[in-house]
Design a binder for this molecule. Structure first.
Ligand SMILES: [Zn+2]
Length: 103
């Protein structure tokens, strides 16, 4: 169980993109990194191909999970996550700010 999952909304708390918000597009568990939309963008020059006109493309590079905070969908605040257990033993994420479950 990870603190950050795909489709979470996160805010960057350090680095050049500090303060930027975005959706988690991909989680890279081995590296402890995530790819967040519009965060840590690198411009790449692409050659035109038959299917692609080429030009400059913006690509999101992975950032370390410790550089972001989850934005709680319930209270809308950047928060830390703690873990709790449901009655059936299922592990869930809980917002430290409002105490609500985050699915
Ligand atoms: Zn909350």
């Amino acid at each position: 169980m990870r603190r950050i999952k795909k489709k979470d909304l996160v805010v960057v708390i350090s680095g050049k993109d500090k303060g930027k918000k975005g959706e988690v597009l991909k989680v890279l568990p081995k590296e402890n990194k995530i790819i967040v939309s519009k965060v840590n963008i690198v411009k790449k020059h692409c050659r035109p191909t038959q299917t692609d006109p080429g030009g400059i493309k913006e690509i999101e590079m992975p950032i370390h999970v410790c550089k972001v905070k989850l934005i709680c969908p319930k209270c809308g605040q950047p928060t830390r996550v703690k873990f709790g257990f449901l009655a059936d033993g299922k592990k869930v994420r809980i917002c430290k700010k409002c105490g609500e479950m985050i699915l």
